[in-house]
Write a protein that binds this ligand. Structure first.
Ligand SMILES: Cc1cc2nc3c(=O)[nH]c(=O)nc-3n(C[C@H](O)[C@H](O)[C@H](O)COP(=O)(O)O)c2cc1C
Length: 182
């Protein structure tokens, strides 16, 4: 699938078939994440492929009950948890180089978006899950000190068709030369 086509047709999917994802397809999707750009090529991201139903269940319980992605985390054949090594992205010798602090959220998001688009191009579905108890998720996944849990996505074949969510018009979000100038 062409990149623009993938960007245009990707949707957040919260219902998954139980069909497994074969290993070659999984590796292709993970490789797309690996190839993302990062601050000074620091590649702070780490990915945990969760296959174990008990661990998926525990991760689902880190979501608030009102989170519509809870069942997807529980039932999809795989969950990909994105973690980050801290003090690398945006930092030199562990000291932030900008007013933004640690840029791990930025770099992990780039890798995750590569992963999500690659998954979609292969007929797979995803939904970012950020509204979770990240400390609890890190504990469940035994993420070591100096690293954190950032977000996760179920990965599997879609069992629903979603209409596109609305987006702001370009005229609302793009300015020329100076902020606010259209
Ligand atoms: C950083 C981030 C965190 C998100 N967290 C959740 C979440 O916890 N639960 C959920 O159901 N959807 C979550 N989403 C999905 C958004 O709700 C979804 O991307 C948005 O409504 C646009 O819909 P679309 O992805 O189908 O275009 C998250 C998306 C992003 C980018």
């Amino acid at each position: 699938m062409e990149v623009l086509e993938a960007i245009k047709t990707r949707r957040s999917i919260r219902k998954y078939k139980t069909d497994p994802v074969d290993d070659k397809t999984l590796q292709t999707v993970l490789d797309a994440a690996r190839l993302a750009p990062s601050w000074a090529n620091t590649q702070c991201w780490r990915f945990i492929v969760v296959q174990d139903g008990k661990i998926k269940n525990k991760l689902a319980n880190t979501l608030n009950e009102t989170n519509p992605a809870m069942d997807a985390i529980r039932n999809a054949p795989l969950v990909i948890a994105a973690c980050a090594e801290l003090g690398k992205s945006g930092c030199y010798d562990g000291v932030p180089a900008t007013d933004k602090g640690d840029w791990f959220m930025f770099d992990v998001a780039l890798a995750m978006q590569n992963l999500v688009l690659a998954a979609h191009s292969l007929g797979l579905a995803t939904v970012y899950v950020g509204r979770a108890d990240a400390k609890e998720a890190a504990k469940i996944l035994e993420v070591p000190e100096g690293y954190c849990f950032v977000a996760m996505t179920p990965l599997g074949y879609p069992d629903e068709i979603r209409n596109p969510r609305p987006r702001k018009e370009l005229s609302e979000i793009v300015f020329y030369d100076k902020y606010g100038v259209k």
